[in-house]
Design a protein around this ligand. Structure first.
Ligand code: KIV
Length: 271
């Protein structure tokens, strides 16, 4: 096991510096200690405890049902695994939309109880006062623009965002506001690549893309999607770097067969 000193841990200022240095930033979601340990040991810069846990971990259709308590529970395990990576926890739906005070209280609670390094909120100008207050309270914020899954009911689906110039102009405006407010990075989800490039050039903080082309300062994917664990989900932007669903099913099948035919456990595997 590798030993990481405190100084080898990622910080928000190191993430910012990577943009200045022209070094691409890597981010993956993580939801539990075991997989997060592997992600961390592989040298990923940031682990996101995404509210996609609602889908991936809990089997919900949407991200909306997951709660602050559930996010804190999952994030604690990821934080225990993080020797190197910066851990970002998603603020779930309903935890920051009511008013600024509620948002700040929940952000502080998430940071304090989970031990994460930063929180992520979806939205632009409409939540800017809340973002400003959270940052002023000492909680680093990652913004999230474009396809924001907590607004699925407003959008009516998960299609490409900001295709039209009016929405693209608003997104660019929102990104500049988040940057000025002090967000240490901004996730850009499912928007045209040329718009993501414009945003990346217009803001001083790093942009992290998912389905936003190759010009962003970094990339993020849902771990279970890129490992090929999530069968049947294969949008154009997703590259599967492994096909673990088949591996898992084969291993489970082999185990079941061995139990049924009484070849497991063997004498060597018994006390
Ligand atoms: O919840 C999540 O996994 C996310 C990523 C898709 C960026 O927000």
């Amino acid at each position: 096991m590798s030993v990481h000193t405190q100084s080898s841990r990622m910080t928000t200022s190191k993430i910012r510096q990577m943009k200045v240095n022209g070094e691409k930033i890597t981010m993956l979601t993580s939801y539990d200690f075991t997989l997060a340990s592997l992600v961390d040991e592989a040298g990923i810069d940031m682990m996101l405890v995404g509210d996609s846990a609602s889908n991936v971990v809990c089997g919900n259709q949407y991200t909306l049902p997951i709660t602050v308590d559930e996010m804190i529970f999952l994030t604690k395990g990821v934080v225990r695994a993080a020797q190197h990576a910066l851990v970002v926890c998603d603020m779930p739906f309903g935890s920051y939309q009511v008013n600024e005070e509620d948002g700040v209280r929940n952000a502080i609670r998430i940071l304090k109880e989970s031990g994460c390094d930063a929180v992520k909120l979806e939205g632009g100008e409409e939540i800017l006062p809340t973002i400003r207050h959270i940052i002023q309270a000492g909680v680093p914020v990652c913004g999230h623009l474009g396809l924001t899954p907590q607004s699925v009911n407003q959008f009516g689906g998960y299609g490409l965002r900001a295709k039209e110039e009016a929405e693209a102009a608003k997104l660019l405006h929102d990104a500049k506001l988040l940057d000025e407010a002090g967000c240490f990075c901004i996730v850009l989800e499912k928007i045209p690549a040329d718009l993501a490039k414009r945003v990346t050039e217009a803001v001083s903080c790093p942009t992290i893309g998912i389905g936003a082309g190759n010009a962003t300062d970094g990339q993020v994917l849902v771990l279970h999607d890129m490992l090929g664990l999530n069968q049947g989900f294969k949008p154009k932007f997703l590259r599967q770097f492994a096909h673990l669903a088949d591996e898992v099913k084969n291993a489970v099948g082999e185990y079941a067969k061995a139990v049924k035919e009484s070849s497991f456990p063997s004498e060597e595997e018994s006390y």
